[in-house]
Ligand binder design. Structure first.
Ligand code: DGL
Length: 284
């Protein structure tokens, strides 16, 4: 089973790629909305939350965990790999290399949370690249929060695109998983000549490869394809957000933090949950 987590709705942009490429997989999604946004939090808090979610997913029977959040990948991925050797982790990496290959003028804008751009992973990724490449680093404080709240984003996006536009960037990397959810708005404001790179497709391919390398769990998944959704925030609100971004009405399990441990709130019976999430509800 594949666990997928983010601070909120952003990881749904990765979930839809994974399920699009491998509809047979059994997935379980955790939105840590009690801690959203991760992007403005200190490293130790994002690490503690990521660790608690990984433990929860391990207890649910996951063998692969997709850290569908650039911020958590930047600050917690190595810790997770060190502390949970029985789990295989797939993380988000700022897709600057593919963007550099696409760019004609070698000027690439990177939109991300402040924490992602400050992280060591970003510096390591940049250091591996051709020095002739110009990278416009654009922290976007408040943008993931606005997407999370389904608030207007146009003014923020226009402001955050301005430095890349002035530098003449012909390619933009969406280095926060919330941003692909408003890709059409970003494309419209950036203009049709600008190419947009979303790493979700590559992350989904990597996830499928890792699952296949484990062999048996894929076969189990084939028999029992199912998608579970859960949140440490308000389950009804998250169900509405899932419907908004995936076009599907799904049952959402409520979770609560007790210190650094996640616990499930009382929920519907397992069979009802399975029946509801095996397929979209009628009329959706
Ligand atoms: N979706 C996340 C990311 O990729 C986190 C946004 C946030 O919580 O600040 O960075």
């Amino acid at each position: 089973m594949v666990g997928i987590f983010d601070s909120g709705v952003g990881g749904l942009s990765v979930w839809r790629e994974i399920v699009g490429q491998a509809p047979h997989l059994h997935t379980t999604y955790v939105a840590d909305q009690a801690h959203t946004p991760y992007g403005g939090r200190p490293t130790h808090e994002v690490r503690a939350a990521s660790r608690g979610i990984a433990r929860w997913l391990l207890e649910r029977g996951c063998d692969v965990v997709v850290v569908a959040c650039n911020t958590a990948s930047a600050v917690a991925l190595q810790t997770l790999r060190d502390e949970f050797p029985s789990l295989r982790f797939v993380g988000m990496e700022p897709a600057i290399k593919p963007a550099a290959a696409l760019s004609r003028n070698k000027v690439v804008g990177v939109l991300a949370t402040p924490a992602t751009l400050d992280g060591a992973l970003f510096e390591t990724t940049i250091a591996r690249l051709d020095a002739s490449l110009t990278i416009v680093r654009q922290p976007c404080p408040g943008l993931a929060e606005a997407i999370e709240a389904d608030a207007p984003v146009e003014a923020l996006v226009a402001r955050f695109l301005e430095p890349s536009r002035r530098a003449g960037a012909d390619t933009l990397v969406l280095a926060c998983t919330h941003y692909p959810l408003i890709r059409d708005t970003i494309q419209r404001l950036a203009g049709p000549a600008v190419r947009i790179v979303d790493p979700a497709e590559a992350v989904a391919r990597q996830t499928t490869r890792v699952v296949e390398s484990l062999g048996a769990p894929v076969e189990r998944g084939l028999e029992a394809s199912r998608n579970d959704f859960s949140t440490s925030g308000d389950p009804e609100r998250f169900a509405q957000q899932v419907q908004r971004w995936l076009g599907k009405r799904m049952y959402v399990q409520g979770l609560r933090w007790r210190g650094e441990t996640l616990r499930a709130l009382a929920s519907k019976s397992g069979s009802e949950r399975e029946a509801r999430n095996a397929r979209p509800e009628p009329g959706v």
